[in-house]
Write a protein that binds this ligand. Structure first.
Ligand code: NI
Length: 257
């Protein structure tokens, strides 16, 4: 039987400090199979690696989120690079640009985005892209670095269908989570309906962005069935089919057999 593949979670977050293992113990009965936990700041690198090494269903992505990129140095990045050969590491991420919070300076965000794209290329790992209110610069940098040769996912996709098609053409997957269940998420519903199911992966970005009927609460992978159901509804497909195909997509994305 196919299982839901959670492609983007942050279980190292303090929101899970008290009951992380209790959530993990419930994954199987909610049909959640594998989970990729995603690093964001420098502190989270070793936490994510540690979680992945101690849970057989869990992998991790290592990288620095644009909003947390201010303290990065070449030496610190080299330290991350050294950990990428660990077999539990399946991607570099999350990396990208965030002009919503708009800090640190855009030039700094761009610099570390570019450095980490090249780090992923060298390590032959896909990338997990975070891009918020930075559509044009993100695409421009990815094109300049021939991201189609690197591959990966644009996570928590928040742009137009037209732009989603652009990333699909580059061979990227589109990460869709709880936002797709929001009544006012017209643009994302259009994206989910408009791109091939073979290019969609399921994600939570937990503890953030819980789907309806838990909107505003702490999110976890246990709520992913609501995301699968909404995508199935939008595409006029069986939820079962959505789970099966997106699981295969995630295996291809993270290069897991
Ligand atoms: Ni995230």
């Amino acid at each position: 039987m196919s299982m839901i593949f959670e492609t983007h979670a942050h279980y190292n977050d303090e929101a899970f400090r008290e009951d992380r293992e209790e959530i993990f113990a419930q994954l199987e009965e909610k049909r959640i199979g594998r989970v990729v936990n995603i690093a964001s700041d420098l502190e989270s690198i070793d936490e994510c690696l540690d979680l992945a090494e101690n849970h057989p269903f869990m992998y991790c992505a290592l990288g620095i989120h644009p909003s947390d990129s201010a303290p990065l140095t070449d030496a610190l990045l080299a330290g991350i690079r050294d950990k990428l050969s660990n077999p539990r590491v399946v991607a570099v991420g999350e990396i990208g640009l965030d002009y919503y919070w708009d800090t640190p300076d855009r030039a700094i965000q761009k610099h570390w985005f570019e450095e980490q794209l090249e780090m992923a290329r060298e390590a032959q790992l896909p990338v997990v892209i975070h891009s918020r209110d930075a559509a044009q610069d993100t695409l421009q940098i990815m094109q300049a670095h021939r991201a189609q040769e690197i591959g990966g996912v644009v996570h928590c996709f928040s742009y137009s269908l037209e732009l989603a098609r652009e990333y699909v053409k580059m061979g990227f997957f589109i990460g869709i989570g709880g936002v797709v269940t929001f009544k006012n998420a017209r643009k994302l519903k259009e994206v989910a309906a408009g791109i091939p199911i073979e290019k969609i992966v399921l994600e939570t970005d937990c503890p953030y962005l819980a789907p309806v009927p838990f909107r505003g609460k702490r999110n976890s992978s246990l709520y992913l069935p609501y995301v699968a159901e909404e995508i199935a509804r939008l595409k006029g497909m069986d939820t079962e089919k959505v789970i099966e195909i997106t699981e295969k997509n995630a295996e291809r994305l993270y290069r897991l057999a």
